[in-house]
Design a protein around this ligand. Structure first.
Ligand SMILES: Cc1cc2nc3c(=O)[nH]c(=O)nc-3n(C[C@H](O)[C@H](O)[C@H](O)COP(=O)(O)O)c2cc1C
Length: 220
């Protein structure tokens, strides 16, 4: 598949079939993703893939944390509030998602329920947590973003769907406990993945992109 086809086909998937991806395919995709570039080739990513019983246990502890009203305490700074055009686009993507599942603007509970599904991994059979040493901060975050996109596109090439999730970095404590991660390690974000449930309306969500005029300036 060409890169443009992969870019067009990858869309965030939020409902999955109860069908695991074979361990050998997952391993080969993560092996290929090692080709991702990084600043000074430091390759800061430490990816943690959870499946099976471990994923189910982690889902339970994350859901318990979320439902008990524990405030988010991410390892990295996710506090910027979107402004202006960014805020408009944020609303645009939320509206695309909620209208696909028939949740109205006024339906606060419906929105919350949809949000909470992040921490049950949207019922995906697998999730990956993108972690790195905390001190790396923005330098490492750039590399992890590039790495995550490599994985998402490789998944698409192999018929596997995914959703990147900042939500999976919001409650790091249950994740660190379950995966026995050292104190200096931070969880930047995560991604649920598996085979898409193509009958699920949520997977019909489509988002828009800005025209090139408002995104790129060419200088001569
Ligand atoms: C870093 C990052 C964090 C994201 N966090 C979430 C999230 O927590 N929950 C979610 O449902 N989608 C999340 N998304 C998906 C975006 O909403 C989605 O990529 C965007 O609306 C564009 O839609 P598309 O992926 O279908 O093209 C995230 C995407 C990225 C790149």
């Amino acid at each position: 598949m060409t890169i443009i086809k992969l870019l067009e086909q990858r869309t965030s998937t939020r409902a999955f079939l109860d069908k695991p991806v074979s361990e050998s395919l997952i391993k080969s995709i993560f092996t290929m993703a090692q080709q991702s570039p990084s600043n000074c080739n430091v390759q800061p990513w430490q990816a943690c893939v959870v499946s099976g019983k471990k994923k189910d246990e982690l889902k339970d502890s994350l859901m318990t944390a979320v439902m008990s009203g524990t405030p988010p305490n991410p390892d990295f700074n996710w506090t910027a509030k979107y402004e202006g055009i960014h805020r408009e686009r944020q609303f645009g993507s939320a509206n695309a998602l909620y209208s696909s599942i028939g949740v109205t603007r006024e339906d606060k509970q419906g929105r919350q329920l949809a949000m909470v599904r992040n921490w049950s991994f949207f019922d995906a059979p697998h999730a990956v947590f993108f972690t790195m040493d905390k001190y790396l901060d923005i330098m490492g975050a750039v590399d992890l973003g590039i790495y995550a996109q490599s994985i998402a596109l490789l998944f698409t090439e192999h018929g596997i769907s995914s959703c990147m999730q900042g939500a999976l970095g919001q409650f790091p404590d249950p994740v660190k406990n379950a995966l026995n991660l050292p104190e200096q390690r931070g969880i930047l974000f995560g991604m649920s993945f598996g085979y898409a449930d193509n009958n699920a309306v949520v997977n019909k969500t489509r988002t828009e992109r800005e025209s090139i005029e408002n995104a790129v300036t060419f200088f001569n």
